[in-house]
Design a binder for this molecule. Structure first.
Ligand code: NAD
Length: 665
């Protein structure tokens, strides 16, 4: 059977042969055994509803086995035989080019070069699923291949509920992931309802098919570092020869040394797992690998003396580095941490004072003692950081729950009011006010022809558009414009493409609309093939997340999720090709509501009208909410936008004098 025939058949009419699990594949961790016997029966009953009755006897035993062994039913037998990767949009069987674009993005998110646990349909973050099982994949691809531009596919947490009549202007797909009745949104609810096969954790871009590999994280980390340096350096100073100390060379954290090099500083990243450190070194993501602390000190002093731009990986515990650098009087300009403290007791954070191997055996054999060791280490960790910050180091939390867990461990990290932390998070101090409030966020695109030349052309087009926009940019955003032009100018050189021909570029509403319009013109002129637009959910408007994206909202509304819901509804009727809204994402199930979109540009006038309406709203909705929360930068941005766009009328806050409130209660 050809690739197209396999897609069109959906669930095969003949039972496929049982497959062995392929060698050398990174497998999803076994999930919690949380279901009662009755619930396990329900999970198997739920799984079998995808298949004809005559297969039930055989499959029931197989699915029960999967549930027992892995805590989930993935339906491995039904994984298709063809290679999984983003093909050119024209290679998909389709009646709708928009639907073909979605198929391409789905396959990219399941490509083993891109996905973390491809056999379990997990793209990243350990649990960021595209689908819950292979039956959902097969059915969804079949629906997409047969649907017209007058139908919409509704997807409930990976399950394709079906095609419904709609219109050309409607989205082709509506994705919801992990949405729960609010009182049923604890981490164990995810374990239970995911095991039952009725919900999934879409993370941010996995469940919306918009993950494009590591370049997204590299760009975000670079922007964060550049702006952090800007906060602390004098105008005439550059990051060269200045030190950034951090930890973690894992999934996302591994981007830090590469970003350090692009931001042009000296970065030192401690990593306890020798394998993780060596992998990043071999991939060329870090320049120097050092195992000996004396050697580290000598190399860092040398780098400082020569004002080098270099990234150093230290195989060892980050706490030891903070302490040793203090003894050696090495001044750290910027400090952060990217251990996985959102999962502190299961190997997210390795305590100082015991070896990596010892920690791993303690996790299994004496979890209580391991927990004590982690908390003791966090107290030491924070004490060492405090000594450096007393000398002028700027430390920020990198959204990894470092300050939260350190405070729970009794470390000295609280501010004087005993409510706030004494250090800011990267969104509170850097990304929030310097990017999101002005509308700058991780805009991205994928060349649907699959041609590298198209990506080169789009890089060039985007750069020229931004250079042009910058000519009239107000001084408040000139630096952002400059950073993004530098990024796109060097994007190809940084060799970040994995999987589809994709690019990320921070841009504000004006930049996004103008770049998209220029792409659409180039498609119409036959210079490039169609382009899919999208963005990370870690953005201005799509995500309500009180500990991350909306942590710099101070009017009390950061625990509401109206903005994210308004955004997804607003995008859906302004021309998005698909929209998604999720519970979960980076900071955990129940802690965030996040959404995104995808949009196919095909060079038509209709596409131009859609991109203008939708991208404008997709950014300005969030700026409006941020300005209502009295954020100065957002107030500036929204007033500027209202001057340019007479149809935009946003309610502005009246500011109140502090003294007025002091004696009221
Ligand atoms: N990069 C970003 O933009 C970003 C944004 C928000 C949040 N985060 C957070 O950063 C954290 C890391 O993400 P990840 O995907 O890299 O996780 P990961 O688990 O793949 O990597 C973390 C690494 O830290 C190492 N480590 C743990 N304890 C250590 C210690 N004491 N000293 C030195 N190394 C130690 C681990 O061995 C591991 O390799 C997560 O909590 C994530 O949510 C990252």
């Amino acid at each position: 059977m050809t690739f197209k025939e396999q897609i069109l058949q959906g669930i095969p009419s003949e039972l496929p042969a049982k497959r062995d699990y392929p060698e050398g594949i990174n497998r999803a961790p076994g999930r919690k055994d949380i279901l009662s016997v009755e619930e396990k029966q329900l999970a198997v009953r739920n799984a079998l509803r995808y298949f004809p009755k005559q297969w039930h006897e055989l499959l029931s035993v197989e699915f029960a086995r999967e549930l027992k062994d892995f805590g989930r039913i993935y339906m491995y037998r039904f994984k298709p035989e063809y290679k999984m990767y983003a093909r050119a949009i024209s290679d998909y069987p389709a009646q709708s080019a928009q639907a073909a674009a979605i198929m391409m993005m789905i396959q990219n998110n399941l490509n083993p070069e891109v996905a973390q646990h491809p056999e379990e349909l997990i793209t990243y973050g350990g649990n960021g699923a595209v689908f819950q099982n292979w039956a959902q994949y097969l059915l969804s691809m079949q629906y997409l291949a047969t649907m017209t531009d007058e139908q919409t596919l509704n997807m409930y947490s990976g399950h394709p509920m079906g095609l419904f009549p709609s219109s050309k202007e409607s989205p082709r797909v509506i994705v919801t992931n992990g949405l729960m009745i609010p009182n049923h949104s604890s981490p164990d609810d995810w374990e239970k309802y995911n095991a039952l096969g009725v919900t999934q954790y879409g993370q941010m871009t996995a469940g919306s098919f918009m993950y494009i590999g590591p370049q997204g994280i590299v760009h975000g980390t670079t922007i964060t570092l550049m702006n952090a340096f800007r906060k602390i350096l004098k105008k005439e100073e550059t990051p060269e020869g200045k030190i950034f100390l951090t930890s973690g060379l894992g999934g996302m954290s591994g981007a830090q040394p590469k970003a350090g090099n692009i931001a042009a500083c000296i970065s030192i990243t401690a990593e306890v797992n020798e394998k993780a450190a060596k992998k990043r070194y071999e991939q060329g993501w870090v320049d120097v690998l050092i195992e000996n602390p004396d050697e580290l000190v000598a190399r860092v002093k040398q780098a400082k003396e020569n004002s080098e731009v270099v990234s150093i990986a230290y195989i060892g515990n980050v706490v030891d580095v903070w302490e040793r650098f203090y003894e050696e009087d090495i001044f750290i300009h910027l400090g952060s941490d990217q251990t996985s403290l959102h999962i502190p007791w299961t190997g997210g954070y390795y305590p100082a004072g015991i070896s990596y191997e010892e920690s791993n055996s303690l996790i299994k054999e004496n979890p209580e003692l391991f927990k004590e060791k982690v908390q003791e280490s966090l107290r030491r960790h924070a004490a060492a950081i405090n000594k450096h910050t007393a000398k002028g180091t700027y430390f920020f939390d990198y959204g990894n729950a470092f300050l939260l867990e350190a405070s729970r461990a009794g470390a000295d990290v609280m501010a004087e009011n005993n409510i706030d932390f004494r250090y800011p998070s990267y969104v509170q101090d850097i990304l929030g006010p310097m990017c999101f409030d002005y509308g700058f966020g991780p805009f991205r695109w994928v060349c649907a022809s699959g041609r590298a030349e198209d990506l080169d052309q789009t890089d060039q087009i985007a750069m020229e558009v931004l250079q042009d926009v910058m000519k009239n940019s107000p001084k408040e955003i000139q630096l952002q414009m400059k950073d993004n032009i530098t990024w796109i100018a060097n994007a190809k050189k940084n060799k970040m493409v994995v999987g589809s021909q994709a690019r990320i570029l921070y841009a504000d509403a004006e930049g996004r609309v103008k770049i998209a319009k220029a792409f659409n013109d180039a498609i119409a002129a036959g210079k490039i093939g169609p382009v899919v637009l999208g963005r990370d959910h870690h953005d201005v408007s799509g995500t309500d997340s009180p500990y991350r994206e909306t942590s710099n909202i101070y009017d009390g509304s950061k625990f509401t999720a109206d903005m994210a819901i308004q955004n997804v509804i607003g995008d859906s009727f302004r021309g998005a090709t698909w929209v998604s809204i999720h519970n979960g994402g980076g900071v955990g199930w129940g802690e965030v509501i996040n959404g995104g979109f995808g949009m196919l540009l095909d060079g038509t006038a209709e596409a131009e009208a859609r991109l203008k309406k939708m991208l404008f709203f997709d950014v300005n909705n969030g700026i409006a909410r941020r300005s209502w929360a009295r954020n100065e930068e957002a107030l500036f941005a929204v007033k500027r936008e209202m001057e340019r766009t007479p149809d935009l009328k946003v309610t502005l806050p009246n500011l109140v004098k502090d003294e007025l409130l002091k004696n009221l209660f």
